[in-house]
Design a binder for this molecule. Structure first.
Ligand code: ATP
Length: 343
């Protein structure tokens, strides 16, 4: 049987990229799971602290994230749905993993390198200054490894951007297994589960991914956006001035992004969808993307609006989820403590 684990940060309402690139896949995995498969989905609060957060906003986002996951169809009776920060085993195991992970390996993560690149620009290209960055930004992939391995997860559905971190988690699992030998290897090597959808790009700058943190709110569609907001954002999406539509992610990234979104909504390949628009214009394509996205988000949005005021229910789901998660990881932690000698 499979043990599926994945997480999302409580850094604001999830956007269409999070939904098509990750969350929709969680719901599908839940639907397709066998009776013995386990599904564990987490809102990873400790990860959000790698960047400065306003405490009140973080607290709201944390609750909203739970409501969003319920509203898209994660069923707390079928899946373990919980806040990472309510299960201390994650940070405990992360400490142990920190102690068996070379710093050099963390410095090679592209997420870390891109942080350095940002500060290099800010520093007028003069020097790379690690002293400006907090240690959490370097070590959070280790915490991710702990998130996954504390449940001995075998399958991890995340976006393409997370692949390198999952490889690190496999590395850490393997290092642990070889360093602390027992009758059998303690950790499985977790596998990447790809989403059928390519990464969704910013509507304003189709060379970068759609992101919660980009300053331009018109660049992303939130799962809670109204029909009017969806329409205005897609109508304003950056495309090109070539007539006719073709799927060409390299030279026509804006149009390709709209085709990716439409194909994800209709469960087709972007190249297939493109054929229908060969003799049409960007206006026609955009009109259909507006309708498809609105259709996709209508139900979750209404459900989110209903759930977000159900305080008692949300607290109950969180409490039960955390207690299920803790009971599950307690078993792994006891085995780990025995292997390393902390008994
Ligand atoms: P953002 O930059 O938008 O804050 P993130 O990667 O920090 O995104 P997370 O909460 O860490 O957000 O990611 C949740 C999931 O969404 C991950 O599996 C990630 O791979 C996926 N994801 C994030 N952005 C996109 C995107 N533009 N297209 C597809 N998948 C995405």
């Amino acid at each position: 049987p499979r043990v599926v684990f994945s997480g999302i940060q409580p850094t604001g309402i999830p956007h269409l990229g999070n939904y098509l690139g990750a969350l929709l896949n969680w719901v599908r995995l839940q639907q397709d799971a066998g009776p013995k498969d386990e599904l564990i989905f987490s809102i990873v609060g400790w990860h959000a602290l790698t960047l400065p957060q306003d405490p009140r906003e973080l607290s709201r986002s944390r609750r909203d994230a739970l409501a969003v996951l319920l509203s898209i169809g994660i069923d707390p009776k079928r899946s373990t749905l919980f806040h990472q920060d309510e299960n201390p085993h994650h940070t405990e195991l992360a400490w142990l993993f920190n102690c068996i992970t070379p710093v050099g390996k963390l410095r090679r993560m592209t997420t870390w390198k891109s942080r350095l690149a940002v500060s290099r620009n800010a520093n007028d290209e003069s020097e790379v200054d690690e002293s400006m960055l907090n240690a959490g930004l370097l070590t959070y992939p280790v915490l991710q490894a702990a998130d996954i391995l504390v449940y001995k997860a075998t399958h991890v559905p995340v976006g393409e951007d997370q692949k390198q971190h999952l490889e690190l988690a496999r590395d850490i699992a393997d290092t642990f297994n070889r360093t602390f030998k027992g009758k059998s290897r303690l950790f499985p090597l977790p596998e990447f589960v790809a989403t059928p959808t390519r990464r969704v790009l910013s509507l304003k700058d189709p060379t970068s991914k759609m992101s919660k943190s980009a300053p331009d709110v018109q660049s992303r569609i939130l799962l809670t956006d109204t029909a009017a907001q969806i329409k205005s954002k897609i109508r304003g999406a950056v495309t090109d001035s070539i007539s006719g539509i073709t799927y060409d992610p390299v030279s026509r990234p804006g149009a390709a992004n709209l085709l990716t979104i439409l194909a994800a909504c209709t469960n087709e390949e972007p190249t297939e969808v493109a054929k229908r628009y060969a003799n049409k214009g960007h206006g026609d394509l955009k009109a259909d993307v507006v309708d498809a996205v609105e259709n996709l988000l209508r139900k979750p949005r209404a459900e989110f609006e209903r759930l977000r005021s159900e305080d008692a229910y949300l607290s109950e789901v969180a409490r039960e989820g955390a207690s299920k998660a803790r009971a599950r990881s307690e078993v792994t932690m006891q085995e780990i403590r025995k292997r390393v000698g902390l008994v």
